[in-house]
Design a protein around this ligand. Structure first.
Ligand SMILES: [Zn+2]
Length: 100
């Protein structure tokens, strides 16, 4: 599993390389209609050219098959962070109801 940390900009993350723990890639989930973008060699050399060439046919929707493992890790990280927030909200709500 690649470790993920927020970049600070909207929907951008740093994701560690699984081959070299000191290397990090930049992932931007606000690219290609939510499919995402990554500066790793696999995405830049293999996935992005296909994505760009097929852009019109892809119908501007999210295409999971064009996501490298770093983009997938960032999506998973974001989903878990959202779930954590929702669970915290749910528990807080429950506490408020129990107090009243
Ligand atoms: Zn990548």
């Amino acid at each position: 599993m690649n470790s993920v940390r927020p970049h600070g900009d909207f929907l951008r993350f740093y994701v560690t390389s699984s081959e070299n723990k000191d290397a990090e890639y930049l992932v931007d989930l606000d690219c290609y209609w939510g499919t995402g973008w990554c500066n790793c060699p696999h995405f830049k050399n293999r996935l992005e050219p296909k994505l760009a060439a097929m852009a019109l046919r892809l119908n501007h929707r999210i295409h999971h098959e064009f996501r490298c493992k770093h983009i997938r890790s960032a999506v998973l990280h974001l989903g878990q962070a959202l779930a954590d927030e929702l669970l915290r909200g749910k528990m807080k709500n429950k506490e408020n109801h129990e107090q009243s």
